[in-house]
Design a protein around this ligand. Structure first.
Ligand SMILES: *Cc1c(COP(=O)(O)O)cnc(C)c1O
Length: 455
């Protein structure tokens, strides 16, 4: 393949047919998940997750076959395109070579369908008729709505109230695909009722919406729960992104020096970097630099603690060892709704701890500035979440110019921003603001961490 082309796409028949499981190659195993009541090591609760997903969560098999039916649905938009950002490079006057893998062409507009389709498939196979989930800005809810549509599964989505009110279009997507979507906190659960009694217009948070979806699944027959990020099996399903990219880059004859991705729960970033981190663990690519970018308004890795914490506000979900701002922390109302989670994927936290990947936090205004520069060169309008990764990509490319180095920078482009034009509108009108690290609030939330007896 010509190194100077603008876009690279695998043939459909060359799409990878197995996901990569980093647990086979970790130099140290992940710390166990703990039961929220007993604080003892636990599986995922079987009343929340079907057996196959539970098995994948703890599997040490290096590759897990992608079922034929999942592959068939993936092919509706996969393999996705790897672009060379010639126009952005030129505008930056940089010797860096910038590539981006674009996940915005899925029907839901982001990487999230890669796991949504897999999860809906395994639940269907296990005879599950109904799924519950939470969603922030609606990216995950819409992806799962699409996936449940393909398999004829009923879906109920608890959507963070502030987004439900401010961002109706993704709710409309969910409804078009046949899902039921309610504002969270909702009167449909005990925890929702309790919070609404305290504040009838409670803005909600991802942690609260998770609690509602978990309670609903736990109290309804034939219903399971689904999570769009954070868990090991979710990250594994996303590795299709990195596996496709690696295959393409091998054909072009390049290897990234730097991989940049945004992290909310860590799924799109991991999907991209895990197949490359495999080489770094094997000692083959010691200089590979992986940068996980988060917002200064919700800085789980850069400002949180690496500790055991609950995944949800009610403390019903298993306790995980991860970077956390505290499960009661309610992040600033950032437009990058997908990055407003208090915790981080245990795999991402583990790799940070082992020094295999790095983290960086960037403020909101600088991310929109980068997103606009990207749109005015490459043309694509990116999700506010993705703009975080674009910011650091541009910064690294500028550094290459200053140092006269021609590095290969690979950007994980997680989705388009067509449903986020309100945020762009506010930015262009000068109405957006930066959110600083809310130190006092984080301290308060960190005082609520579960007490885990040291063994
Ligand atoms: C949800 C979302 C994210 C953040 O979630 P991760 O699990 O960290 O990938 C990033 N980008 C887009 C476009 C999203 O929809």
């Amino acid at each position: 393949m010509d190194k100077e082309k603008t876009k690279y796409i695998l043939d459909e028949n060359d799409m990878p047919t197995a996901w990569y499981n980093i647990q086979a190659d970790l130099p140290e195993p992940l710390p166990p998940l703990l039961n929220p009541q007993t604080k003892e090591p636990t599986q995922l609760p079987p009343f929340l997750f079907c057996d196959e997903l539970n098995k994948q969560e703890f599997s040490k098999e290096r590759y897990i076959d992608i079922p034929e039916e999942v592959q068939r649905i993936y092919r509706s938009w996969r393999p996705t395109t790897l672009f060379r950002a010639h126009k952005l490079e030129k505008a930056l006057d940089t010797p860096a070579k910038i590539y981006y893998k674009f996940e915005g062409t899925s029907p839901a507009g982001s990487h999230k369908p890669n796991t949504a389709v897999a999860q809906a498939y395994y639940n269907k196979k296990a005879g599950i008729k109904r799924i519950t989930t939470e969603t922030g800005a609606g990216q995950w809810g819409s992806a799962l709505a699409m996936a449940c549509m393909y398999f004829g599964i009923e879906l109920k989505v608890y959507m963070v109230r502030i987004s439900y009110q401010q961002k109706p279009y993704r709710r409309n997507l969910m409804e078009v695909w046949g899902a039921k979507c309610v504002a969270s906190p909702s009167p449909d659960t005990q925890i929702g009722k309790k919070l609404l009694a305290e504040d009838s217009n409670h803005p909600g948070s991802l942690g609260i919406a998770i609690s509602e979806a978990v309670e609903d699944a736990a109290t309804h027959e034939g219903t399971r729960y689904s999570l769009g990020s954070v868990l090991n099996h979710v990250l594994m399903h996303q590795t299709i992104i990195g596996l496709e990219t690696k295959k393409l880059m091998e054909k072009i004859g390049v290897y990234p020096d730097i991989i940049v991705a945004c992290v909310g729960g860590g799924s799109n970033a991991s999907g991209m970097f895990l197949p490359f981190v495999k080489d770094k663990i094997a000692g083959k690519k010691k200089n590979l630099k992986v940068i996980c970018v988060e917002p200064t308004g919700s800085p789980s890795i850069t400002k949180g603690l690496l500790a055991y914490d609950y995944g949800d506000v009610a403390g019903m979900a298993p306790i995980a060892f991860m970077h956390t701002l505290g499960h009661t922390f309610i992040p600033a109302p950032l437009h990058a709704g997908g990055l407003r989670y208090h915790g981080m994927a245990p795999i991402v936290s583990h790799l940070v701890k082992l020094g295999l990947i790095e983290d960086k936090a960037v403020p909101q205004l600088a991310t929109f500035e980068a997103g606009i520069q990207f749109a005015r060169t490459e043309g694509y309008i990116s999700a506010p979440e993705t703009n975080h990764a674009i910011r650091v990509t541009i910064d690294e490319a500028i550094k290459c110019r200053e140092e006269g180095k021609s590095k290969v920078i690979l950007l994980a482009h997680s989705g388009h921003g067509h449903f986020d034009m309100g945020a762009y509108d506010a930015y262009l009108a000068g109405k957006l603001e930066d959110f600083e690290y809310p130190e006092a609030k984080i301290k308060e939330a960190l005082s609520q961490l579960p007490q885990i007896p040291v063994k």
